[in-house]
Ligand binder design. Structure first.
Ligand SMILES: Nc1ncnc2c1ncn2[C@@H]1O[C@H](COP(=O)(O)OP(=O)(O)OP(=O)(O)O)[C@@H](O)[C@H]1O
Length: 549
């Protein structure tokens, strides 16, 4: 076989004895005088230790040249040059011929403890598996030979690569019990034919990689979590967001913005359920320190006997039934933040005096305490009552009124801003459906104009209740007027017939326009621009009709 090669076109041999060329042993390629001259030239110029590997280029016809690889062998007496054509297939020959410890290196590759090697043939049968890998799988040396690769290595894809001839580089291999390895699977060719595949499995650096993988999984989970949260937040506006873009609500929003950052007591007036508490929350949220506490106390919800202890707190043993260690009152709890006194008109006369004193000298004395404590908070109070009348009848102190009403904000009643109904309804329907896992139904034409006809003594709170109740009884697809008109107890505005949904044909033109606009706004989730587009009117005209102009 070798003789055939030597006599053929791919290999050649040149020999020198004691420095003189031996023409009789020019074999194979070396018979070419040009190649012979090129090799001799290098030999004359450099001392060629045995194992030296170099290349020569031999000019051919038409300016082309052929490249050859040469390995020098021999000793003082006999020098040999093995010549071959420069193609990669003979790399092993060069390696063995030129590296004196070539076999130690090959051995190192096969037994490398940091990188295991597995070899499968074209049939996917194991032909070799490094000792380190055998050990990992608890295999006796050589026991995997001839077995199917996937039987020996879980999730092995060596057979596929041995069949397809397509390399797989840098893949993750799950070996069970949380062990992951990085694998390269490389097809092997012999004389151009696919004969099998080699797997290289990295053992080193795996801990670091595993840690990275775990971190990546964790970060992925976190990203998913925050995506869901963000989605949720986008869908559910903050509960303290005041919905409504009607002119009175825009004015209120401007006033809130103006007063919120200032150290001024604010008195919020407005009918029950109109959103006074939300205004107090907005004042705090846009105030100097939104992170500071916002402490609320509803004075109408407490028996008069408890108000004092709630507001001022009490010392240990101040009264039977109190906590043993005593308790700070709301005035102290609001330190640095906002104290919101809801239904402030319901505060008993005798406590009004005490509260006034605190507001004046900023000293709170807990019940049963001898000393006062300094407090610093912003006071916001609200009431739906007519404070003027209460003052006139001697039930509310004028001096306290002045202390509380640095700025008075008036929250408009819902009937004064019916154009906010679509957006409010949208908000309440969304949050109800979200809470109950329901799909948001469509809103039937006529619903908004029907709602706009009602008098809403309970204001936004009542609207919310009606919307939620109607959603309970709607068919899940369409929220209709009938869903709202179940009861006969919803007081309508005096000028309107009590319950019957308005018959559009009987309405004056202006009301029809108004109702159509409200309906369109509702259909577009409160978006007036789109409502105007749908109706083919300008936005300014839409606003004009809403304002009753
Ligand atoms: N502009 C608004 N946007 C969104 N929701 C609102 C608005 N106004 C009121 N609400 C909702 O209506 C309900 C009543 O509001 P709130 O408690 O603020 O009213 P209130 O005037 O303080 O009532 P009360 O006088 O009975 O204390 C709450 O559920 C609140 O979220």
């Amino acid at each position: 076989m070798q003789t055939v090669f030597l006599a053929g076109q791919r290999l050649g041999v040149l020999v020198w004895q004691r420095g003189e060329p031996v023409p009789a042993v020019r074999l194979g390629l070396a018979r070419d005088p040009l190649l012979c001259a090129a090799v001799s030239e290098v030999r004359a110029m450099r001392k060629l230790e045995t194992g030296t590997l170099f290349h020569v280029d031999v000019p051919g016809g038409r300016g082309a040249s052929a490249r050859y690889v040469v390995v020098a062998l021999g000793d003082e007496a006999v020098e040999v040059a093995l010549v071959r054509t420069a193609d990669e297939s003979a790399a092993l020959l060069d390696f063995v011929a030129s590296v004196p410890f070539a076999f130690a290196i090959l051995n190192m590759f096969l037994t490398n403890p940091y990188q295991a090697i597995t070899v499968a043939d074209r049939e996917g049968l194991m032909r070799y598996i490094s000792p380190v890998h055998e050990k990992f799988f608890g295999l006796a040396p050589g026991s995997a030979m001839g077995r199917k690769a996937e039987e020996v290595i879980p999730n092995s894809r060596l057979p596929q690569v041995a069949r397809s001839g397509k390399a797989e580089i840098g893949e993750m291999l799950q070996l069970g019990s949380g062990v992951t390895r990085i694998v390269n699977r490389i097809p092997v060719f012999e004389d151009g034919a696919l004969v099998g595949a080699v797997g290289q499995v990295s053992f080193s650096g795996m801990q670091a990689l595993n840690r990275m993988q775990q971190r990546l999984n964790q970060l992925n989970d976190e990203v998913q979590h925050y995506k869901r949260e963000l989605h949720q937040l986008r869908r559910t506006p903050s509960p303290s967001t005041l919905v409504g873009s009607s002119a009175p609500m825009q004015r209120l929003a401007r006033e809130i913005d103006a007063v919120a950052p200032l150290d001024v007591p604010v008195l919020i007036l407005g009918e029950s359920g109109s959103g006074k508490e939300l205004v107090a929350q907005a004042l705090h949220a846009r105030g100097r320190d939104p992170q500071a506490p916002l402490v609320s106390l509803n004075l109408a919800a407490l028996p008069a006997t408890l108000i004092e202890a709630e507001l001022f707190g009490y010392e240990a043993g101040a009264f039977t039934g109190g906590k043993r260690q005593g308790q700070p009152g709301k005035l102290e709890q609001a330190e640095g933040g906002t104290l919101f006194l809801d239904e402030v008109a319901d505060i008993p006369m005798e406590i009004q005096v005490k509260l006034l004193r605190v507001l004046e000298d900023r000293q709170v004395q807990r019940l049963g305490a001898r000393e006062g404590r300094h407090v610093n908070f912003r006071i916001v109070a609200a009431t739906h009552r007519d404070l003027r009348a209460l003052i006139d009848s001697g039930r509310f102190r004028l001096d306290l009124f002045y202390r509380l009403s640095g700025v008075v904000l008036q929250v408009p009643a819902l009937r004064q801003r019916v154009e906010d109904i679509p957006a409010l309804m949208q908000r309440f329907a969304e949050s109800f459906c979200e809470r109950n896992g329901l799909a948001l139904p469509r809103i039937a034409p006529g619903v908004i104009s029907y709602l706009a006809q009602q008098s809403w003594p309970g204001n936004v709170r009542q609207l919310r209740q009606r919307v939620e109740e109607a959603l309970v009884f709607c068919d899940g697809q369409l929220l209709s007027v009938e869903n709202f008109a179940r009861h006969q107890d919803l007081p309508a505005r005096p000028a309107q017939p009590p319950m019957a949904p308005p018959a559009p044909a009987a309405m004056p033109l202006r009301s029809l326009e108004h109702a159509a606009i409200l309906d369109a706004i509702a259909r577009h989730g409160g978006n007036k621009k789109r409502a105007a587009q749908e109706l083919g009117i300008s936005r300014s005209y839409l606003y004009k009709v809403l304002a009753g102009g």
